[in-house]
Design a protein around this ligand. Structure first.
Ligand code: FES
Ligand SMILES: [Fe+2]
Length: 343
């Protein structure tokens, strides 16, 4: 891993670590944010907590333990921890007051739940940028999570890379036409990122046309690696949210969560899942091969207006790091701009 902070995933920001159903009441789950192993638990009340998944005694994974009467119990020697990370009991002690176990504490992480997903930040508070929200009440959702052997940046850049679509996602249902067309898109800065302002998708793909009405589409990108596509066709609304989350050993989770408020779409969920896997798998396969090239030589040549959003990604990240180091508020460095490319 490189020492340049600009090339590492941002620290102490919210990352999606999985679906809500990963952790049922009274249960634990092992997740990771970068090289930090984290145990997420859900109390019987439904409240979540997140702690370092490493027992301070002899390093055991606490996610392999149990929640007993609201306490996390290590499976090795039974040390107990409260959801706030305090050690509350060491069963092997003959005389309790002989050891100062009250001072033993697991690092605790901020954890939150939104739209059926669990988010963790590697600090205690969970800093800005905010966790993505839904703008409507969904009647269905579809979530796919893939592991990609590629850096955080490479995966996040694929969210703002219009030029790869024609080559990587050459699917009949997504791109019925084989020719590249010139596109003009309008962008404006938005909190911690930028938004491609709502436009009418006239020559929309088959997938969009199935919606009936001509949809309005808005695509927002924000740090650390969050792409929010909102499709609005009258009363019918679809949100297609894509996130990158750092995993151990420089790998990255590619997460796609789709939500809709049109009950008919629930019938197409099995088909939708297959198509989503196919689509994300195309990204994964190409990103993994590109990563091997970047491992040999990490430089990228970003050229022309189809790569401006990629330049913006690094500008936003640079400003985020600067602001945090200086203890100042993030000041979005972007200006409204029109971009033209062929895709
Ligand atoms: S390793 Fe956890 S109690 Fe010993
Ligand atoms: Fe892609």
């Amino acid at each position: 891993m490189t020492g340049d902070p600009l090339r590492r995933p941002l620290d102490d920001v919210w990352y999606c670590v999985g679906e809500s159903r990963l952790v049922r009441p009274g249960r634990l789950a092992a997740v990771a944010v970068g090289d930090e192993a984290i145990v997420v638990g859900r109390e019987e009340s439904g409240a979540l907590f997140a702690l370092r998944d490493r027992c301070p005694h002899r390093g055991m994974a606490l996610s392999a333990g149990k929640l007993v009467e609201g306490a996390l119990v290590c499976p090795f020697h039974g040390w107990r921890f409260a959801p706030d990370g305090r050690c509350t009991a060491i069963p092997a002690l003959a005389r309790r007051d002989e050891a100062q176990f009250g001072s033993v504490r697991l690092p605790r992480f901020a954890v939150a739940e939104r739209a059926g997903l669990i988010w963790v930040a590697t600090g205690e508070t969970g800093a800005a940028p905010p966790i993505p929200e839904l703008t409507f009440e969904p009647c269905g959702q579809l979530v796919e999570i893939l592991e990609v052997e590629a850096s955080y940046d490479l995966v996040a850049l694929s969210f703002v890379d219009p030029a790869h679509v024609a080559y990587v996602h050459d699917l009949w249902w997504w791109r019925p036409s084989k020719t590249l067309k010139e596109k003009v898109k309008h962008f404006a800065p938005s909190p911690f990122g930028f938004t491609m302002t709502s436009h009418t998708a006239k020559t929309a793909s088959l997938a969009y046309r199935l919606l009936g009405a001509v949809p309005q589409v808005e695509i927002e990108f924000r740090l650390p690696g969050v792409r929010l596509e909102r499709i609005d066709a009258g009363r019918r609304q679809i949100a297609n949210y894509t996130f990158a989350s750092p995993l151990p050993n420089g790998r990255t989770a590619l997460i796609n969560a789709m939500y809709w408020n049109w009950p008919l779409l629930n019938a197409f969920k099995p088909l939708g899942r297959r198509l989503m896997r196919q689509f994300l798998g195309q990204d994964r396969d190409v990103l993994q091969i590109a990563q091997r090239g970047l491992d040999r030589k990490p430089a990228m040549v970003l050229m022309g207006e189809s790569d401006v959003q990629s330049q913006w990604y690094f500008s936003l990240k640079r400003e985020f790091l600067r602001a945090r180091a200086a203890g100042e508020a993030f000041a979005n460095p972007l200006e409204p701009r029109e971009l033209r490319w062929r895709s």
